[in-house]
Design a binder for this molecule. Structure first.
Ligand code: PLP
Length: 461
């Protein structure tokens, strides 16, 4: 495509590197430039509207603009637009937000650390796991286990934790101390006749075997998202976390719940940990913490971790870790206001009401011949596209059926996330029923377009 020399698109191509983007293709195709929003809809620079069915990057819980949050940021910037929390300094928004998080934590937590992104939160949690084992005299416990297809971020350690091969390729990653175990994609990976419960037993056995092979006394921690987001919105099968946690308990391995996507009602409870009965030692959170209006993330730690950190201060003096913008007063003030809004609109009740509507609206498309499976919880779900649903036969990956569906949806004015041949939905939590209905309509049209395309190429009967 060619753009006018001084157009935004031409300037974009000439100046920006885009993340998670085929850079060569971007030179040809250029950007989709979003200029404004209204509720769950965003508008491009030609005025076209799109329903944003994945809340940007699973984060814009309250939509993409807010007068109320803008006023809070403005007032805070006028009062105190920056102050750090190093070396005993503090500021009120950071204190109040930490208190709020401790109040709503899914399990008793002792303290909060702030950072600016989900990746930094997970990096911090990894360091804290190492710090903990060092404090209690077991510094050899260094290995970290996560799951294949997990997404935990992109800093060197967080991406090593992530289990997506495309994120490692060309970077010489993952780093040596990171291991990956099976991921619980029941629909694709269960044996014929295997129940969810039996599948979960198999997943726990695989984890146990990995720990045994590595040596239990070398493992520091296990990380998991309650629902795997960028792995394809994969909800855990029955009994999965109960069995996984039993294995972790057996070997005294720390459990860190990555609630960066699931936190703040996405799964129908305030935390994914509540939806699935997780009892983490640490919890990482970002995204909907501030409804993505400010870059802020948090790590919640329990007494076990905090007591060890205090002991390290007795040994070393300073807790020598931090980020310049950690506990930033503007980010914290906005996040605190977001929490007030969640309370006012009873965000959990809202997701409990609208979640089943989204699940059934998209679930109705399970009858579409392209669709193999639809499952989710709350306001997150994944749809698997399959050549043959009954026999669970996938499309040849060279057909790029998922990519075609994503492009067809975009043409219909629907933005969703594509993971292989899975279509993923996680709309803003303030979505209304009429927009859910519209997602169903636009998605049905997109699926029909893809089916027609494949048929015309003789690739689908
Ligand atoms: C579960 C999960 N953890 C961590 C991250 C990384 O967060 P960030 O992009 O803010 O670094 C993401 C980002 O999508 C995520 O989905």
């Amino acid at each position: 495509m060619s753009y006018l020399p001084n157009s935004l698109a031409a300037r974009d191509i000439a100046s920006l590197v885009h993340m998670q983007t085929n850079l060569r293709k971007h030179q040809e195709e250029g950007p989709l430039i979003i200029t404004r929003s209204s509720g769950c809809r965003v508008f491009d620079d030609t005025g076209r509207d799109y329903i944003e069915a994945v809340a940007g990057l699973w984060c814009a819980a309250l939509g993409f603009s807010s007068e109320r949050l803008a006023k809070v940021a403005y007032a805070q910037m006028r009062e105190l637009g920056y102050y750090h929390i190093y070396r005993h300094r503090s500021n009120e928004p950071a204190i109040a937000l930490a208190e709020k998080l401790l109040e709503i934590a899914p399990v008793p937590m002792a303290r909060v650390l702030f950072q600016c992104s989900g990746s930094e939160a997970n990096d911090t949690a990894i360091k804290l796991a190492w710090y903990y084992w060092d404090a209690i005299g077991k510094p050899q416990r260094k290995k970290i286990i996560a799951r294949h297809m997990a997404y935990h971020g992109n800093t060197c350690a967080a991406v090593s934790l992530s289990g997506k091969p495309d994120m490692h390729a060309g970077f010489g990653l993952p780093m040596p101390l990171f291991r990956h175990t099976e991921f619980p994609h029941y629909y694709r990976r269960h044996e014929p006749g295997e129940t969810e419960e039996h599948f979960s037993v198999r997943m726990a056995e695989a984890l146990d075997a990995l720990i045994q092979a590595e040596g239990p006394d070398t493992i520091a921690a296990f990380f998991a998202e309650p629902v795997m987001g960028a792995g394809g919105a994969i909800v855990p099968p029955h009994g999965y976390f109960e069995k996984i946690q039993a294995v972790l308990h057996k070997y005294n391995i720390l459990f860190i719940a990555d609630e960066v996507i699931c936190g703040f009602a996405r799964t129908g409870e305030m935390w994914g940990s509540q939806t699935y009965g997780l009892r983490p030692d640490m919890l990482t959170s970002a995204k909907a913490l501030s409804s993505a209006m400010q870059p802020i993330s948090a790590v919640l730690i329990n007494d076990r971790i905090h007591d060890a950190m205090l002991a390290q201060s007795d040994r070393f003096g300073n807790f020598a870790h931090g980020f310049t913008y950690a506990g930033h007063p503007v980010a914290a003030a906005v996040a605190l206001e977001v929490q007030r809004i969640y309370d006012e609109i009873d965000i959990v009740a809202r997701v409990k009401r609208l979640g089943p509507i989204l699940q059934s609206t998209i679930g109705q498309l399970a009858a579409n011949p392209l669709v193999g499976d639809v499952r989710g919880t709350g306001l997150i779900l994944g749809m698997e596209l399959m050549r043959d649903r009954k026999q669970r036969v996938a499309f040849d990956s060279t057909l790029n059926v998922g990519g075609r569906a994503g492009a067809a949806a975009k043409r219909q004015g629907l933005i969703l996330r594509v993971v292989g041949d899975r279509l993923v939905f996680a709309p803003p939590l303030v979505i209304e029923e009429d927009d859910i209905e519209e997602i169903g309509i636009r998605l049905a049209r997109a699926l029909n377009d893809v089916a027609e395309d494949l048929k015309s190429e003789g690739m689908f009967a």
